[in-house]
Design a binder for this molecule. Structure first.
Ligand SMILES: [Zn+2]
Ligand SMILES: [Zn+2]
Length: 131
């Protein structure tokens, strides 16, 4: 019984993440989840996000400018661009060269993910600054 409920919560949280392209925070996932599961608590959302992250199903992104972690449920490998001016967090394609990375490092056994973060200004902010 309890197991079924926990699984349902996890499915709802994962659905919200898969449908969002905004990299929501735990708080905004919580607000969405409550529409489907009115009794869900913020603590439960955090617990499930931590579980899914540890499992490798979702990625936790800590913004370079600080603030709340954002979450990503996309299962396609991609990199992230952080705009230092407007705090936008954009999905960008992973440069193909990274797919063939080899590390001459005997301490690494296998690589499951290369987590690339690119920091700079987005075109919207750059345009606003020069006009
Ligand atoms: Zn920007
Ligand atoms: Zn992403």
């Amino acid at each position: 019984m309890k197991k079924t409920r926990n699984t349902r919560q996890r499915v709802v949280i994962l659905d919200i993440l898969r449908e969002s392209h905004e990299h929501p925070t735990a708080e905004s996932i919580y607000r969405e989840a409550r529409r489907v599961l009115p009794n869900i608590s913020l603590g439960t959302v955090y617990r499930n996000l931590n579980f899914l992250r540890d499992q490798g199903t979702v990625r936790e992104i800590r913004p370079s400018e600080g603030g709340s972690s954002r979450f990503d449920g996309a299962d396609i490998p991609h990199a992230h661009f952080h705009c230092v001016r407007c705090s936008a967090l954009l999905d960008i394609p992973l440069p193909p060269v990274l797919g063939n990375l080899r590390f001459e490092e005997e301490r690494i056994s296998t690589v499951s993910l290369v987590d690339l973060h690119v920091i700079g200004s987005c075109t919207g902010c750059e345009g606003a600054a020069t006009n």
